[in-house]
Design a protein around this ligand. Structure first.
Ligand SMILES: Cc1cc2nc3c(=O)[nH]c(=O)nc-3n(C[C@H](O)[C@H](O)[C@H](O)COP(=O)(O)O)c2cc1C
Ligand code: SF4
Length: 452
């Protein structure tokens, strides 16, 4: 029990007091990496699968196949993007992370038959070489934009916004703008880079359609085009993106990761991934394009359970950023003194913006970079992707499905009223029936007695 004199306040919590005093000292808002640290968001953990029993038959894990393949752009482009498992490595800019990290992610993705994505800042040659399937981002910043690279991409992603900072542009602090990063972005070395929040060459949904047509012509109608949007007004945005002609729509929930965002925005902008997937799926279903346009969902996905639940709620593929970095070694208890020097500990680090990543991922410092061996890191990421694939198959088989993509909302129940209301998934215990006592009248006995 707290001492009655020294009592902490919920309104003026130690964290709030620290935040105010830091702003008072710095004269600006906090910027940091990783993602929101809010603990009160509805999440996929609020849902559980209802496995097969007698009403459905489970599939045998060792003998019966469970298909994981997804094709994006089938029937729409000449060279659809084939993913052997419904996972994609999300775009993380060269600048935010370094070429060793890019190489490791590319090697792992290639071995698993999935794609990586350039992120902002252009296509690094090491990344193109390592990644069999590479998605090229077109962003408002146009950093590193190069039409020759566009033609070498296996898909193009037009970024409207991302979940960690929807409605604002990006930030790359000067300490990470090395000579190579500056050259690729055509900007001066060591200077903070703010990227804009709106594309310079289209203003809204109508001319986005024109932009997509231009990209189709530039890429000879060969590769699929995605539109990526931070989750906010998901229902309408999804419909508009579909109307503009996207082959796939990426929705990035508010839990989405970043290398640098204002903390206040991480915590107070956008909607959670579990809500976003439902709105997006509903929008596509309503316009009759749920099968044709693929829905890619990102933001806080960490394991096969999150991924399987996102797919059951309507996603075709999950986008994973932060967890891929964790597989590389982010937040691992190595070089602990360096975490301390940043004022943090392994497992709580969010210091990607500083350029002093203790494990050599979110840094361009040549000495720190040596701490990430791309070959060993690729093995870890490959293991991680394979593990999620196996976990996805566990859920599909246990629900009696021979395809992961056949999971649907009827395979789920909600543990909380909140998430039940958000997703439309019935709360546990209710199933699809009325309780057996729904027609009981508590007053029956009294009524009988009175009528005598
Ligand atoms: C280090 C880092 C850098 C990122 N850079 C970009 C970027 O350049 N462009 C972009 O659209 N999204 C960027 N993102 C967001 C990811 O593409 C993705 O939307 C997000 O990471 C998904 O959430 P998750 O991290 O919880 O998996 C970045 C994320 C991280 C962690
Ligand atoms: S360990 Fe590196 S990549 Fe991970 S949060 Fe810290 S600075 Fe970012």
């Amino acid at each position: 029990m707290e001492n009655s004199i020294i009592r902490k306040s919920k309104v003026w919590s130690p964290e709030k007091i620290e935040e105010i005093q830091e702003k008072a000292q710095l004269g600006r808002y906090r910027i940091r990496g990783q993602a929101t640290k809010r603990m009160d968001l509805p999440s996929f953990d609020d849902l559980v699968f209802t496995p097969a029993g007698l009403s459905r038959v489970a599939l045998e894990g060792y003998r019966e196949k469970c298909d994981t393949r997804v094709v994006i752009g089938e029937g729409r482009v000449k060279r659809p993007l084939v993913l052997e498992t419904p996972i994609m490595v999300a775009g993380m800019s060269f600048g935010a992370i370094n070429s060793n990290a890019k190489k490791a992610l590319g090697m792992a993705a290639t071995r698993c038959g999935i794609s990586t994505c350039t992120g902002d800042g252009g296509m690094h040659p090491v990344e193109r070489e390592a990644s069999d399937k590479l998605v090229y981002q077109l962003l408002p910043s146009r950093y590193g934009l190069n039409p020759y690279d566009l033609k070498r991409a296996d898909a193009v992603e037009i970024v409207v916004s991302q979940g960690a900072k929807p409605g604002t542009g990006g930030t790359l602090l000067g300490q990470k703008v090395s000579e190579e990063v500056a050259t690729m972005r055509d900007l001066p070395v060591g200077v903070d880079q703010r990227s804009p929040c709106r594309h310079p060459d289209w203003m809204g949904p109508d001319d986005l359609g024109v932009k997509i047509d231009q990209v189709r012509i530039a890429t000879n109608y060969e590769v699929p085009i995605f539109i990526k949007i931070g989750a906010g007004r998901v229902y309408d945005d999804t419909k508009l993106a579909a109307k503009a002609g996207a082959d796939a729509i990426v929705i990035d929930g508010m839990e989405g990761g970043t290398a640098a965002s204002p903390e206040i925005q991480l915590d107070h902008t956008g909607i959670p991934t579990v809500a976003a997937v439902v709105e997006a799926a509903e929008a596509l279903h309503e316009i009759g394009m749920k099968d044709e346009i693929k829905l890619i969902i990102g933001g806080g996905i960490s394991n096969g359970a999150d991924a399987a639940k996102a797919i059951a709620l309507g996603a075709d593929v999950v986008y994973i950023g932060t967890a891929m970095l964790v597989a590389l070694n982010c937040n691992k208890a190595l070089y602990v003194e360096d975490y301390k020097a940043l004022g943090t500990i392994p497992s709580a680090c969010h210091h990607c913006h500083t350029g002093k990543c203790p494990v050599g991922i979110a840094t361009q410092d040549p000495d720190l970079m040596l701490r990430l061996n791309p070959n060993e890191a690729a093995d870890r990421v490959e293991n991680y992707i394979n593990s999620i694939t196996m976990e996805l198959q566990i859920f599909a088989r246990s629900c009696g499905k021979s395809k992961v993509g056949d999971l649907d909302p009827t395979d789920l129940r909600s543990l909380t009223m909140n998430t039940s209301m958000i997703t439309g998934v019935p709360i546990v215990g209710m199933g699809t029936r009325k309780p057996y006592w729904a027609n009981y009248h508590t007053s029956t006995q009294a009524g009988e007695l009175l009528s005598r």
